[in-house]
Design a binder for this molecule. Sequence first.
Ligand SMILES: O=P([O-])([O-])O[C@@H]1[C@@H](O)[C@H](O)[C@@H](O)[C@H](O)[C@@H]1O
Ligand SMILES: [Mg+2]
Length: 284
Amino acid sequence: MADQWQREYDFAEKVARKAGEEIRKAGESEIRVMTKSCTVDLVTKTDERVEKIIIGSLKQEFGEGTHCFIGEESVAKGEACILTDKPTWIIDPVDGTTNFVHGFPFVAVSIAFAVNKELEFGIVYSCLEDKMYKARKGQGAFCNDELIQVSDVKEIKKSIIISEHGVDRSPEKVNKIFSTMQKILCIPVHGLRGSGTAATNMCLVASGAVEAFFEIGIHCWDIAAGAVIVQEAGGLLLDVDGGPFDLMSRRMLSANNDVIAHRIIKEIEVFPVERDDAPTHRIY
Ligand SMILES: O=P([O-])([O-])O[C@@H]1[C@@H](O)[C@H](O)[C@@H](O)[C@H](O)[C@@H]1O
Ligand SMILES: [Mg+2]
């Protein structure tokens, strides 16, 4: 039987590459910066334009109304963020917008595809590095068509851990984030890192460059594609309290193995965030 979603998978890679070219071109011209939920939650005309290009290309290829879409900038403009059983594209057109504005060299296009609320495949194009990460459920994970695997490190004291501080600058949340980072740093681990884009951070876990990445406050579009890539590279995904991974919960830990995952979970000071699909959740 023909592979049901192969055409979508192949086309998504082409669209991600085209979106990356648009981002690189835009980065060389004047970038007009706007803000969303707060003064440090940036968005640019490029984010909006690239999302329109991605969604427009997918609709043109697969027909209007056949698939559903959850796009970061469409949700920011009031569209629903509800994952149904219908084939759904989950899109972050420019992951690492703050990096893009500053010319910090980690910016990714993240495109995932889910059916019956199950992630079928994920594409993360780190466009300033020209690294195309991709994974199809059950078929392995790749970077520029080379197979990738998570790290085999089991000792926490030989690990690098990634976390991000996000955009919420309320003192109580910042204190929890930095208290968590301090506890992890003083285990001690080899290092703490953060690329500024969740999608790229997850690909760094998948490629074995780091052992784990966790964040509270990210959105489904930041991590959906990376989730498939980490799992297909042999890693695992959990909630930050050790419970099952929940794409819409806005909290996630991805790791190379259970030992590292649960050692990190012990240190995470969890704080509440409203789900992406909460009825009253106004992201911006
Ligand atoms: O907004 P964006 O650049 O698409 O996504 C970013 C995430 O990838 C990152 O993990 C988070 O720490 C930032 O606050 C921001 O949300
Ligand atoms: Mg993002």
